[in-house]
Design a protein around this ligand. Structure first.
Ligand SMILES: [Zn+2]
Length: 181
């Protein structure tokens, strides 16, 4: 893993280097949303202020990392098995006919075993959670490095992390790091 000043995928631009504050377009930031407290690793990946390690590069925080406010960035990206990719910046409803109420984004996916409202991927700070929407065939998650699928309940949102896979009907999506646009 390369460490250093080179900003990789999902990195926050260094304001000291650019001299112009945050470079919003490169991250697909959403100015309308409230800034959120963020801890940056050495590669300037945004993280939860309480994180012990960087969620993207696994670099450990030594306790000296400053917590700063940044505009909300892309928390993660869903990569479907057909090549479709969508950046997750807000709660995302997924299904054959997903509803975008409550400010949710929507991702319409075809598939006979996919329910009209199948699941929602929720954004909480820098974390993603999956919740099943009482779908006919259920939502399942495979953890990175594991083989078995765990069922995602509709009552309790399940955290999903980079490298996990979501299964819904005949479709699946891999959670990958956000990339600058
Ligand atoms: Zn990092």
């Amino acid at each position: 893993m390369k460490l250093g000043p080179t900003a990789g995928a999902g990195a926050i631009p260094d304001p000291a280097a650019s001299g112009a504050g945050w470079t919003a377009p490169s991250l697909g930031l959403v100015p309308a949303m409230e800034p959120i407290p963020t801890k940056l690793c050495r590669q300037r990946h945004p993280n939860d202020p309480d994180a012990d390690r960087c969620r993207l590069c696994d670099h450990p925080f030594d306790g000296a990392a400053a917590v700063i406010d940044v505009p909300p960035a892309v928390v993660g990206r869903l990569l479907l098995e057909d090549g479709t990719a969508i950046d997750v910046v807000a709660d995302l409803a997924i299904g054959r006919s997903p509803r975008g109420d409550g400010g949710r984004d929507t991702l319409t996916v075809a598939g006979s075993q996919v329910s009209r409202q199948h699941l929602v991927v929720e954004v909480r700070g820098w974390e993603l959670y999956a919740r099943d929407c009482d779908s006919t065939n259920g939502t399942f998650v495979t953890r990175r490095g594991e083989r078995g699928r765990r069922r995602v309940s509709g009552d309790e949102a399940v955290p999903v992390r980079i490298g996990d896979a979501l299964h819904f009907g005949s479709r699946q999506a891999l959670v990958v790091p956000a990339r600058p646009r």
